[in-house]
Ligand binder design. Sequence first.
Ligand SMILES: *Cc1c(COP(=O)(O)O)cnc(C)c1O
Length: 354
Amino acid sequence: MNLEILPVSDLKPAIEDENNLAFGKSFTDRMFVMEFDRAKGWHSARIQPYAPFTLDPAAMVLHYSQEIFEGLKAFRREDGSIALFRPADNVARFNQSARRMCMPEVDEKFFLDSMLELIRMEERWVPKAEGTSLYIRPTMIATEPMLGVRPADQYLCYVILCPVGAYYKGGIAPVKIWISDHFVRAAEGGTGEAKTGGNYAASLYAAREASLKGYDQVLWLDAKEKKYVEEVGSMNMLFHYDDKIVTSPLKGTVLDGITRRSALKLLSEMGYQIEERALTVDEVMEGAQNGRLKEAFGTGTAVVISPVGSFCYQDECVQLGNGEPGELTMKLYNQLTAIQYGRQPDPHNWITTL
Ligand SMILES: *Cc1c(COP(=O)(O)O)cnc(C)c1O
């Protein structure tokens, strides 16, 4: 397929204050778009001015949520070059989500090359300040106008970019986690392992409840027994017991996080034994009380690593550590970000530079 480059006339003013970029609120001058219909397949791939779409009010995505997305980042390095972290993994996961949602797959090489071309053209939007990055949001929606429940015959796939500030403004800080014993995010056989909008819409109610009670995030339990910890918001959870790292297995209800994958690799290289197994909420609460659970942290592209300061479950709250991020959490955070920003070698070939 051919990638058409359309002219952009009005360029937005440059970023004023790189240290005060709100997450996901301002976007760059251009976006990548391509269209799909059953007869032609993917077509009309282009880089065009960032602009609203015209959608039929009956577009199927608006009624039945046939939608998928991805999230990754481009980092500005000290030598001025731009690096992406494991972007081919995101494109592969985009196609996995597409299959689960009965949406057409994209040509992974073409899609990745187009994304890299877009970032090259939008180079001036990759911020330079410590901890900042350009967040990349590939998305696919069902556009066919039809009120009927079946996979659509028309789709739009696009990539938008937004410069984002350092996630932790005042330094990396532990979060307060509420473990929900009532609401669930994903059930076995459901869509938990797909990055699809409906999962997030379904999570809002519990997240708001947690927020009103003063918590930062919800930790979801399994839907069947409400006994095993799964994941948090848009983060996988890793638990550090003695010399082991325990994390929920990927069995359909948990998203296969690329940060999780990378963290497990680095932790196993540091000598930790990795256990991907069902972990009960009781093990977490008791472990925090008796000190065997040393640290717990979330992993995800937006935060990289997010340390947990406390877990609250039913009427009980337990603290982890002394209010500061744990030693291993910081070591892992520093190691991952050093690879991303090019301050350390990249022995695993995770980095794609422009
Ligand atoms: C995106 C996401 C993650 C983290 O995945 P990364 O590839 O590490 O960014 C974890 N859980 C959910 C539900 C997510 O949507």
